[in-house]
Design a protein around this ligand. Sequence first.
Ligand code: A3G
Length: 129
Amino acid sequence: MKILTIHSDFLEFEAKKKAFKKAEEGIKEGLQRMEECLVVFTAVEKVDENNVDLAVDRYIEEIEKVLGNLNAKNIVLYPYAHLSSELASPEIAVKILKKAEKELKKFFSVTRAPFGYYKEFELKVKGHP
Ligand code: A3G
């Protein structure tokens, strides 16, 4: 897994075009906006396929560590394939993101950007990236 975290005043994105047929269905249409959030751009990697639960645990641990230094109220899990050239299969990648979303939701306000789309986002970063 490779992640890039950014504490942002807001994030706007819109799922514009499916990247492949099995892209997630039933997603929200139009521009989505989240205020004051920790955006977690995430590429799930081949190596994570070996132990899905461990990958989820370490992912959550890392997010909580980053959150400890901030007072972000919202988390956005944002599938972002461009961070790695050793990507996990879409099936495993979406499974890991959904599991992490479910766990994190027990304690935080979490949004997961739709999986399998090309999106556009507008980002305004608060403080130092
Ligand atoms: C985008 N910027 O990246 N990890 C994360 N996302 C993945 C993966 C993976 N291993 N495989 C597919 N879109 N995706 C937009 C998703 C992700 O939504 C990506 C899209 O599929 C095209 O690769």
